[in-house]
Design a protein around this ligand. Sequence first.
Ligand code: NAP
Length: 328
Amino acid sequence: MPRVVVFDEFGGPEVLRVVEEPVVEPAAGEVRVRMEAFAVNRLDQLMRSGASPGVVPLPHARLGVEGTGVVDALGPGAGGLKVGDAVVLAAVPDATVRGSYAEYTTLPVTQVFARPAGFGVTEAAAVWVAFSTAYGALVEKAGMRPGDHVLVTAASGGVGRAAVRIARRIGAVPIAVTRHSAKRDDLLAAGAAEVVATDHGDLADAVRHHTGGAGADIVLDVVMGPGQEELVEAARPGGTLVAAGFLDPRPTPFPTGASLTIHSYRSFEHTLDPVAVKRMAAFLGAGADRGALRPDVGPVFTLDEVVEAHRHLEQGLHDGRKIVVTVP
Ligand SMILES: NC(=O)c1ccc[n+]([C@@H]2O[C@H](COP(=O)([O-])OP(=O)(O)OC[C@H]3O[C@@H](n4cnc5c(N)ncnc54)[C@H](OP(=O)(O)O)[C@@H]3O)[C@@H](O)[C@H]2O)c1
């Protein structure tokens, strides 16, 4: 029988276990995908540990909001694809019931799209969450335009690297933020126009220097916490800040006195809209063609090593590269 990753209680990586389960027939409008690989995300870690804001139904909860595989069966009325087509999962909304950490999963046909040409399995498994989040936050929410100076926090991370590449692709100017100057060359190689290392000088001063004194037009904050005050200072008056993550668990002070438009962003607000999914997939496909929009894949594990994959994420050993698990 096919295998699937489940957990019966909240806790550390060790609560994950691989069990066997029969395949499920796709309902009307659904597709069954034989998975080839999935990526491990921060959201999975939150769900597994009991820190997710959403309800996780225990016992026997599943995980995984992205991945790639091959169409195995189509339910009634599920058009546009045929058995054998290689697809990318564009978010699994009910991941705790039928997540992508499995040999097979079913989901609405509107939540998959053709695997971009030239993408390997591990890249295809890791592209959606990071790139759709960065695209949704910067393009759909903040209205990023060519020439905009875009300050990208945690730029060495999955969402950050995607944001840098998307900004470049659109003709904007990505300014990457990292806590470590040692990452400067890596971030420049990843496409950053400038790098601001917070272990080396004042963030707002550096951003003003790189923007001719104006400040950043758009700030993508996936860190939050007390550091957000400096980001607000680094933005130009009338600019936009999109808060899309929370790597820093400390409270975030309310941004007083800032003449900024502030958005809070969760990618599901776009990825559950089939029209937005189509738009994002088209953008990614076009960028992938020219090699401009690709995720950086780090450590790759097998399904039997899923606990180790989560340990890697928790300990930060992935260094911002996407952690991928391949499925035999
Ligand atoms: N809104 C959404 O829909 C959505 C979707 C996906 C992810 N997210 C969220 O976005 C955030 C980033 O996700 P990700 O997948 O890009 O993470 P990630 O790949 O694990 O990010 C790793 C990078 O973040 C930086 N970092 C880690 N802890 C930090 C801290 N306490 N303060 C400042 N920087 C820190 C580090 O960069 P340096 O060492 O170079 O500083 C590290 O290389 C997470 O909170 C995640 O939950 C939100």
